[in-house]
Design a protein around this ligand. Structure first.
Ligand SMILES: [Mg+2]
Length: 237
C-alpha cells in the first residue's frame, strides 16, 4: 500500500495563478527596443536555464539582445530598458494581485484536511517579485523558487529538495501542475503522485491549449478545483 499524502506541491503559473488575460502587452520588448523578435527570442532561449536557476537581472538580457542585434546601448536605450523592465514588473505583479477566490477556497479546504502545502516553481527573479504581497503566500508551508535553489523542473533534485525541506519523502507527496517544463514526468520520476491541473488551461484560447497537452499526456487530469479536493481527500488516508 502506498503512503498517505501529507503534502501537496503546486506549480505556480497556470496552476495557482494565471497570466493569460486581457492585459497581455501588445508590443514586445524587442519591438520597443527596435530589434528583431526572433533575435530576442534566441537570446532568451540561450539564457533560459541561467535565468531560471540564478538571480539574473532581466535588464541585462535586454542589453544582451541589443548587442546581439548590433544595436548600440546608448543612454537613450538604457532609459528605454529601465522603462521596459518597470513595465515587466507591473505585468508580472498582476496575476498575484487577482488570485482567484475559488483557488483560495480550495487551498483552505485542503489545509483543513491536515495537509501541508508547498510550491515548486520554475521562475526568474523578476517574475515572482510580487509573491510576498499576494494572498497565497501565508497559506503555504514552503515555497521553492528555481532561481533561488539552482535547480529547475524536471530536475529530480528540485523535487527532492522540496520534500527534504518539509521533512517528507516523495511518496508522501502529490504534485499538481499544468504540465509546463515536463514537471509532471519529473515529479512522477522521483515517486510523487502527479496530476494535471486543467482549471486554467481549459479556459485558455484554443490556439494555445495544445501547448499544455503534450506535458499532461498519460497523467490523470483534474478539470476543476472540486476534483482536486476530492482526489486529495482520498489520497490522505
Ligand atoms: Mg505552470
Amino acid at each position: 500500500m502506498r503512503a498517505a499524502v501529507q503534502v501537496v506541491f503546486f506549480d505556480l503559473f497556470e496552476t495557482l495563478v494565471t497570466e493569460i488575460g486581457p492585459d497581455w502587452p501588445d508590443r514586445t520588448p524587442a519591438q520597443r527596443l527596435g530589434i528583431d523578435d526572433e533575435i530576442f527570442r534566441r537570446v532568451r532561449r540561450t539564457c533560459h536555464q541561467k535565468r531560471m536557476t540564478r538571480r539574473v537581472d532581466f535588464r541585462d538580457i535586454l542589453a544582451r539582445a541589443c548587442n546581439t542585434a548590433g544595436v548600440e546601448v546608448t543612454r537613450g536605450k538604457r532609459a528605454l530598458i529601465e522603462d521596459i523592465y518597470a513595465q515587466r514588473l507591473r505585468e508580472k505583479a498582476l496575476p498575484f494581485e487577482r488570485v482567484s477566490e475559488s483557488v483560495l477556497q480550495a487551498l483552505h479546504q485542503i489545509k483543513s484536511l491536515g495537509i501541508r502545502l508547498g510550491v515548486i516553481s520554475n521562475c526568474s527573479v523578476e517574475e515572482v517579485m510580487a509573491w510576498p504581497t499576494c494572498q497565497l503566500m501565508p497559506i503555504f508551508d514552503d515555497v521553492v523558487f528555481s532561481y533561488e535553489v539552482g535547480y529547475m523542473k524536471p530536475d529530480p533534485e528540485i523535487y527532492r529538495l522540496a520534500c527534504r525541506r518539509l521533512g517528507i519523502t516523495p511518496d508522501q507527496a502529490m504534485f499538481v501542475g499544468d504540465g509546463g517544463s515536463d514537471e509532471l514526468r519529473g515529479a512522477s520520476a522521483v515517486g510523487m503522485r502527479a496530476y494535471a491541473a486543467r482549471w486554467f488551461v481549459n479556459k485558455w484560447p484554443q490556439s494555445i491549449q495544445h501547448k499544455a497537452d503534450a506535458g499532461t499526456a498519460g497523467f490523470t487530469t483534474l478539470d476543476n478545483l472540486d476534483a482536486l479536493v476530492l482526489t486529495i481527500e482520498k489520497l490522505r488516508i
